[in-house]
Design a protein around this ligand. Sequence first.
Ligand SMILES: *[C@@H]1O[C@H](CO)[C@@H](O)[C@H](O)[C@H]1NC(C)=O
Ligand SMILES: *[C@@H]1O[C@H](CO)[C@@H](O)[C@H](O)[C@H]1NC(C)=O
Ligand SMILES: *[C@@H]1O[C@H](CO)[C@@H](O)[C@H](O)[C@H]1NC(C)=O
Length: 411
Amino acid sequence: MDHFFRRKRIPAFLKPLLSLSLIFASFLMIQKLKLSEKDAVGVKHVRDPAWCGSECFSFKKTAMTSSGTSDSPVPVKDLETQQVPNVTRASWDAQVLNCSADASVRTQDWFRRLDQRFHQFVLHRHCRYFPMLINHPEKCADGNVHLLVVVKSVIEQHDRREAVRKTWGKEQTVNGKKIKTLFLLGSPNTGKDAKNLQKLIEYEDQIFGDILQWDFMDTFFNLTLKEVNFLKWFYIYCPNVQFIFKGDDDVFVNTHNLLELIDFKVEQRKAARLFMGDTISKAIPIRNRQSKYYIPKELYDKPYPPYVGGGGFLMSAYLARRLFVTSEGVELYPIDDVFLGMCLQRIHLSPEMHPGFRTFGITRRRASTMNTEPCFYKNLIVVHKLSAQELLRMWSVVHSQDLICAQKTSI
Ligand SMILES: *[C@@H]1O[C@H](CO)[C@@H](O)[C@H](O)[C@H]1NC(C)=O
Ligand SMILES: *[C@@H]1O[C@H](CO)[C@@H](O)[C@H](O)[C@H]1NC(C)=O
Ligand SMILES: *[C@@H]1O[C@H](CO)[C@@H](O)[C@H](O)[C@H]1NC(C)=O
């Protein structure tokens, strides 16, 4: 998320140079990827006794006493998750970009008082679905997909996507469960580089086939558009997916622990209403104008409903479908995590807190030893926030045979 903040103005004369070097760098990157795909680090499927949240621990005990059923998970088919709406084979129906500003709000008093930076948002708030520039209708069509990994990214962050593909976002089948991955992108901001960036992303997609791109500007306040457009896309194209992990491109995810957590929920028959992450239950809008999350009173003047940090959370596909239907009746809100919280509230569901999701907090102190301690990562599910290099390094250390951690029974 933070990259929207760091963008600095680049002198005009440097721009052509910059886009050239960007193309060159990406070309090198793609060649390198082609070569290294074979020896990329993968998830090891060993049952690892070191991982446990308090819940997971009780699961371990039952799994051990129930004559080795832990390796043959209960088919999720038997559960409520099967209440899939009978969607006839539809396709993306937003074909033209006709989102014009809503001039009527300009005349309103509150709009004039509203902080300038929210004007664009309010003027285009009614525009919800956008045409797709890159689509993959076939992504979920390949039999039953156990887990769809969905990553919010922006075109410029190709090194992060590269790292995610090699680590927690790797498409694979683990114990017969299929994992698929998608990156969600908007369109490049207008400027000299826009055309080149678009070419690059199309090229990247030709190689990896894992990009969904919509024709809206990839700005911080447009992240909610990514949310609603994805939910609609998912509703149309993914009737046979069981679970969704949704996260940022700068987090570390312990895939093994994530899958184990899902198994646990399935075993407990609580999988259908699964919505889990780093939950914040009593937040109020931030009124500090310096904050990236600043919300003026004119826009929203109530406490927030419980919501999960968008850095990484887990939900059942069943809930994602219900959320899509519900979201259509909820006015867009500039902070995407909070928007989803508003939708959850409408279906009377509080997101569940899990201490393994660390999407806030920890990294405030960059020098904290926790941030560099592999055993810490081994015992968690999501950790925020790492550069592409840090992610690759931590992934290989956490998955190395040599890493020995003390057994933990709780976090
Ligand atoms: C779902 O829709 C298809 C096509 O319209 C129809 O043939 C089928 O019977 C429907 N299934 C259910 C369970 O309603
Ligand atoms: C865009 O066009 C479609 C079809 O003409 C229309 O239904 C929709 O309301 C329009 N959207 C906006 C935001 O004007
Ligand atoms: C969101 O994207 C649309 C379409 O590109 C654009 O018109 C609008 O200004 C953007 N909104 C914000 C708040 O950036």
